[in-house]
Design a protein around this ligand. Structure first.
Ligand code: MLT
Length: 393
């Protein structure tokens, strides 16, 4: 062919981080069919959906089989019932004013984080290093150059705003993937103040907010002034075990504007053109998550994973391995022992203990020498992994 392709793809690493770890794990499993490999790698949940969610899905499935209650295309932004349920969660549980028309339901945070670049122009892009790779990859794909914000042990993996006046698009993730670091109110306010002062936009990834157990902000909109400078993207994957069910949402204040453009309307236009909505059955499942019973059952699920994190953390403490995270977060971020770099520690754990983790360097250059373990395994597998690590480290 002689067509022009998007040559920006040439600037990406050949593989998406989790495709690469999965590929290595598949190869190892194929070569060692007799060994039980335990994944503490990608943050994929293992516990079944909450009973209230299953009941809602079953009811919705039956509705789809009856002429009178059958539904076709879902509204692009979500049915009113789910937009209202999510806005109600903000208002009643987080004490934050969000309106239903500010909530856009999508098929997960990954898609919305990847697609949000569609409504943005050519700006300075600030991305923490290390962080969830989708921010970086989606900006590279759209031909944007990125300025990295070092997240290191020195700043407790929580970068602070630059000392300049350049209007920028800033990605923040708190609780952070992969380090587990969480911004407190004061530190987050510094970002909001910076954004307001410079005319910048914060894209706030709150996918792990339901893991917060201390007095820390669950949402960027908990900070005064954020409605003038922020978008929030969240997911039911980690909050309610929807990794395979697929639902997330983006909150864009109805008054958020840059120049003559209203970002809420732009995203609505983008979604109407490129997205046909989340399936009705899934939206009913999502609605169930935000009921009193749903929030209680999902909190139990999150508590289960936090207990796994505690078990892993206790072992690392016992072994004198430096780590952070594991509280207010499902991820444990450890310093590779014995001078291993991230990928060689990945290989070492796989070879010697049949445990898959995620190399820190995959989240950015500052992650080199670090390693991420997830608490999303089953209790049985987590305990077995802990026992294996106890022997190995
Ligand atoms: C992770 O392991 O970082 C996440 O599961 C990836 C994701 O949510 O897409």
């Amino acid at each position: 062919m002689k067509i022009k392709v998007n040559e920006n793809f040439g600037n990406l690493k050949p593989n998406y981080l989790f495709s690469e770890t999965a590929q290595k794990a598949r190869k190892y499993r194929a070569e060692h069919p007799d060994q039980k490999v335990i994944s503490l790698g990608i943050g994929d949940v293992t516990q079944p959906l909450a009973p209230v969610v299953i009941e809602a899905m079953q009811k919705a499935v039956l509705e789809m089989g009856v002429k009178e209650t059958f539904r076709g295309y879902a509204p692009e932004y979500g049915y009113d019932f789910i937009r209202e349920a999510i806005a109600g969660y903000y208002v009643n549980k987080l004490n934050i004013a969000v309106k239903a028309n500010e909530v856009f339901v999508g098929d997960g945070a990954k898609s919305d984080l990847g697609n949000i670049v569609d409504i943005l122009g050519d700006n300075r892009i600030l991305i923490p290093d290390p962080v969830y790779p989708v921010y970086m990859d989606s900006n590279i794909m759209s031909g944007r150059s990125v300025t990295l914000l070092p997240a290191t042990a020195e700043n407790n993996f929580l970068p602070t705003p630059p000392d300049d006046d350049i209007p920028s698009v800033v990605y923040l993730c708190s609780p952070n993937n992969p380090t587990g670091a969480v911004y407190d109110y004061d530190k987050l306010k510094k970002w909001v103040d910076y954004a307001k002062k410079t005319g910048s936009l914060i894209i706030f990834d709150s996918a792990y907010e339901s893991y917060i157990r201390e007095d820390l902000p669950h949402s960027i909109f908990a900070i005064e002034g954020a409605r003038d400078c922020a978008i929030e993207i969240n997911s039911l994957s980690k909050m309610a075990g929807f990794t395979g069910t697929r639902m997330g949402y983006t909150v864009i204040p109805e008054t958020l504007t840059s120049g003559e453009f209203n970002l809420n309307k732009m995203w609505a236009r983008r979604q109407a053109t490129k997205f046909n909505g989340v399936p009705y059955v899934v939206q009913r499942a999502g609605e169930a998550v935000f009921t009193e019973r749903g929030l209680k059952e999902c909190k139990d699920l999150v508590d289960y994973y936090l207990e796994n994190a505690k078990l892993i953390a206790e072992l690392l403490e016992k072994k004198g391995v430096w780590f952070t995270g594991g509280v207010n977060s499902p991820y444990i971020w450890l310093k590779c022992p014995d001078g291993f770099d991230s990928w060689s520690f990945f290989d070492y754990l796989l070879e010697k203990a049949q445990i898959i983790g995620t190399p820190g360097v995959g989240f950015g250059a500052n992650g080199e020498g670090y390693f991420r373990l997830t608490s999303f395994g089953s209790r049985e597998n987590t305990l077995e992994a802990v026992a294996r690590l106890d022997k190995l480290l």
